[in-house]
Each structure stands twice: as C-alpha cells, then as structure tokens.
Design a protein around this ligand. Sequence first.
Ligand code: ADP
Length: 625
Amino acid sequence: MVSKRRKINWRRLLSSIQFKVALVFTLTLLVTLEVIGAFFVKQLERQSINQLRTQLTLKPYVTDSLTEQLSNGDQTNADSKIHTILNSINNPTINEVMVIDAQGVIRGTSQVDRQDLVGRKDTDQNIRAALSASKYNRHPIEERDGVRYQLVIRPLINTVNGESRVVGVVAVRASLETIYRNLDNISLIFLSASVLAVALGIMMAIIIARSLSNPLREINRRTIRIAQGDYGGDLEIRSNDEIGQLAENVNDLANQIERTTNSIDFERRRLDSVLEYMTDGVLATDRRGNIEVINTTAAKLLNIEDANQAIGKSILSILKIETAYNLRDLVVGRSELDLDFSNDQQARHLQAYFSLIQRASGFVSGMVIVLHDVTEQYQLDVERRQFVSNVSHELRTPLTSVKSYVDALQEGAIDDPALAHSFLTVLQDETSRMIHMINDLLELSRMDSGTSRVENETVNIAELFNYVLNRFDMIIANDDGQSQGKHYTIRREIPDVEIWVELDPSRFIQVIDNIMNNAIKYSPDGGVISAKLNDQQDEVVLSISDQGLGIPAKDVQHVFDRFFRVDKARSRKQGGTGLGLAISKEIIEQFGGRIWLESTEGQGTTFFIALPYEPLDLDEDEWDE
Ligand code: ADP
C-alpha cells in the first residue's frame, strides 16, 4: 500500500507567522547565549591566567639569593649556588625557572633536561629588553613544541650604595595547557547548553507561535466563509487578549453582515415582487444602455417571450428605435417617447418614460424606463376623432341638401306650388332624419355617460317578444300586407313558456323594432322573417332571420360600430343613421346580455340576442308548508 505523503508548501511555511516567530526567537536566544558565552569564557581565561601569574611569582628570598649570586664574582661557585636555589623551588605549577645574567647568558635552569642551555646566550627579545632596562612585556606567552607557556620575566636588581643595577633576569615558565583545556571544556559545556537551549527555544517558539497562529488561522477560515456567504458558526473566544478581541469583532462583523445581507435580500425580493406585479413595464439599464432589469409586464408589452433573453441587450434594439435615436438622445433631453408595437394580431401603443440613475456627483450610472400601455387610450382617441368626423360628415350631407333646396325655393321654385310642395317634403324628410340622428346620438351619449334612464321590470320575455312581433303583423294587416312598401311574412317559433327576464321593456322593444326594421329594409320584397325563442336554462336566446342581402364577412364585425353601414348611400336613402345597432348593442349589454349575428351574403342574416335569467326552480314542497 502506497501511503500518500502530504506535500509541504515550503513557501507558505516560510512566510507563516509561526516560522517567523520561531526564527526570531531562536536567533535571539542564539545570539544572547553566544555573547554571554564569549564574554564568560574570555573573563574566565583572563582570571585563570592572572591567577597563574600570581602563582608564578617567586618568594622574595629566592630572588634575593639569585641577585646575590649573580653579583658574585666567582662564577663557577655562583652557578652551583644558583643550581641549588633553583632545585629548591618546590612549586608544582612552575615548569621551569631560568636565570640569565646581565650579559644575556643562561646561568641556570630548573628543568633537568634543559641543562645544556646553561652557558648559552638567551635570544628572547623580552629578556634582552628587561636586561637593558627598556620597555618589555613582563608576561609574554610563548609556544614551544605545540605547548603554550606563560612566561613571567622579572629583572634582578642589586642596589649597592643607593645605586641600582640590573644583574640579571629570572624567567618563570608555566604551561597554559591545563587552563586552556579547562576553558575548552567550559566552552563545550556552553555549546551543549546552547544547543539544548536553542532546541528548547524552538519548541517553545513553536508552541507560542501555534497558540498565536492557530486562532488566527481559524479567524482566517471564518472570514473566507463569510466572504462566501456562510455567516453561521461563531468563533470560540478562548482568551481576552488582542486575538480574542479580534475573534469577537469578526463574530460581530459576521452578524452585522448577515443582518445587512438579509435586509438587502428582503428589499430586493420586495422590489422584485413590486416590479413583477406592476401593471407598467419597467426596464433598467447600465450606463452603456444595456438591459439589467426587465419585469414580466415589460417583456409582455415588448413581445419578448423570455425576459432573460433581453438581459445585456441594448435598450435601443429592445425598443426598436436604434435607427431613429442613439443613447445620447435618450440621456439628453428625451424623457418621453411614443412606441408602436402593433402587429398583425393586435394593436399595441406604448408610452416610454426615461429617467437617469445619477449619483450625487452627477455621474450617470444607468437609466430606468417605464412603459405604459396606452393602446386603449390611443384607440379611444382614434375612435373619438373618427366619431367627430363621422358626425360632421353625417350632418353636412343633409344640411347641404337642405341648403340647396332652400336656395332653389328662394330662387323662384317657391312660385311653382307643385315644385315647392315636393321640395318642402324633401326638407321635412331631411330635417326629421337629422332630428332622428341627433336623438340617437344623444341617447348614445347618455348611455356612454351612464345617465340614460333604465326602468327594469321582470317580464315574461316570450310574451313581450310576441307583443312586438304582433305590432309588425298589425302593420302588415293595416297597410295592405306591406311595410316600408314591401311585402313580407313573419314566421314565429316561440314556445309557450314563461321565462322571466329583468329588463326595461320599452328599450327591449326599441331593439327588436330596429332589428325587424333592418330585416325588412335590407330584404327584397316578399321575404320571410323568422323569429325564434330558444330557452337555454340560464339564458334565453332570441333570433330574427331574414332572407335579405346578407352582410359581407369582412363587415360583420363592424355592424355594431357607430355610423357603420355596409352601403352608405342605400342606408341613407332609407333614412338609416348607422346608429341603430350601436344603440341596440348598448341596450342589450345594459341588460347583461349579448347580441351578435350570422350572415351569408345574398342569402340572409340572423341576429341573436341572449339574455340571462334565473330559472324559477321553486320546490313545490316549499309552497305546501
Ligand atoms: P341603419 O340605420 O343604417 O340601418 P343600423 O345600425 O341599424 O343602421 O345598421 C347598420 C348597418 O348594418 C346597416 O347600414 C346595414 O348595412 C347593415 N344591416 C343591418 N341589418 C341588416 C340586415 N338584416 N341585412 C343586411 N344588412 C343589415
């Protein structure tokens, strides 16, 4: 099994606080120990050597005896005496005591194996300087055969009659090796202690650094989680020091951010739902005019299937105005724009309002566009204009003809009684048609404004329908089987039922009159008019069919429009105003019903009227009680 070795990230380790603290700690410890050690060893060396030097000082009687022997004229005797004195020195520290006379000749040495030096000249610089009473090093260190020696040189002075004279020099030599060996041992102990101290120091540094860096690492991890939107899991506060305070502040910060984010989220959701349920379309762009926000209404108004598709696109292309305007036009000056989004299926007129999103500094950071659907207003406006033009046109025609007849009468026709009579008949027809039209218009206007008086009653519709039709039968009977100069027959299919409908009878009669008159008007002579009543439980459907001209399919939907006539000249000739069916429609709708027609050109037309009613579903038992 291959164990997976954890890869150490050296770069991260070297830059970590833990490493830095350990390094500084170790280096400080090392430098301190080294300085102390060096100072200590140096001091110890100096002290040991000083101590050694004191031990190398000869007793005064020895030096005095040696001075005396050197002052002795009998050299052979003196040398043997010096030899004796030197041998008598019993100091284990001293390796050698050497006596040199004023001429620089070695006169004696305490060391047995160096007796051959006796009688030779000493070449040591310091000794010669001591002999000549000039400046010299009294404690030189000398190395011989790899051994270091401390030398103590002392001149031997003989004072005779107050006059001092250097008669020789005594040089005491002692090995320094023991001292140096001791010092080496001490240094070694120091070194081992340093290594141990450094090792302990590193361990301590790591422990301290860990105690610092572990909480910091936790804080670090927590801040990363906060940045990723995870605000839960507060840090544990383990101490009251700066790190503890930092952890507490990070916890506070996380709570604060969570609260703020929540409130921003809430606000955003609220704004989103406000935008979503607005009946106006709303779009927002960035400063380059690219869509950032679009609500469902805006997408619907602009015929965009998926609102997300519009995100990031230019407002100019979305509003289809890229050829007419540029972004600058919208930013500077344009606050309103009319847009036509009509297509084959439906008309759609929009009004777009622009406003800039500006910072306090004046920097434009985007734009908000509100779309208002003004199709209805637009159509009403068109209808209103159309209506005014229709009314003017409808009145101008009879008025022009009235004027021309009046002119003709004035110009002499009045003198021709027969002509005058026929002219006056025309004038009468035209004026009564105008009055008829104005009355119709007034009625429509009253209906539009809701001021027309409706006096509803509950009536048996079958009975009322029969009553109206009876009137037309009467006309035929009284007028030699014809009405409006035409022969026709009425065929009824009206069951003998009681259907009680709430309506204003006089207005209902007005509607049926109008439909019946049209059926006669637009049918050739000798037609059959069928009147039917069909009970459909919650509504009753009346129909009146003729065998007349019929209405072209393209005109069927316009028949109920004000002033609409399939054949204007024909209708006008027959005294029609084009308002009858418009009024009928308004009346039926006031009753809560519907009116429509089916027609085949050249074959005939059927008008249908559906009226709602509540079936009398009385439980007989109720009456029994
Ligand atoms: P008018 O006063 O012109 O009759 P209406 O509003 O009653 O006005 O009718 C509108 C138009 O509908 C008429 O001008 C006529 O062209 C058409 N129309 C109405 N009823 C019939 C019908 N039964 N047969 C054929 N066309 C009809």
